[in-house]
Design a protein. Sequence first.
Length: 150
Amino acid sequence: MVRSITLLYCLCLVFLIGCGTATTKNPGTAEQKITNLSESVHLLEQKVNNLSNYCSLIVGDGNRLHNEMEDIYLSNSYLTKKIETLANSIHSLQKCVSGMEANYTAMEEALNNQICNLQKAEIELSNRLEMLRLETKGSRKKENISSDMP
């Protein structure tokens, strides 16, 4: 925008300078005046053509920059959506991991309770086994004593 205003300003200056130089010359005849005016007009046409080409280049560059900015905006939107998706995934994974931690501690407690119960049962079974051994020894002794006594 600033370039186009500057370009328009330069075009006006060139036109004014060209008109000023055309009027300051004081040719003698009408034919010389016409020749000088046609040369001035030709020079001005060339300058206007050059300025028109520059304007076309500036407009083309502006359009290209606008398209690039639009592409960047679209890419930014796409990346923002991807980042939000990743953030949601990370949050979900964090919930799963913390849930697994709670499940792990609950399972660990349950296993420890089962181990403790098994140890108690083992002790109780070992005590019963010892009692059975003692009872069988006692009954054998009684049998031996009763068989010895006729």
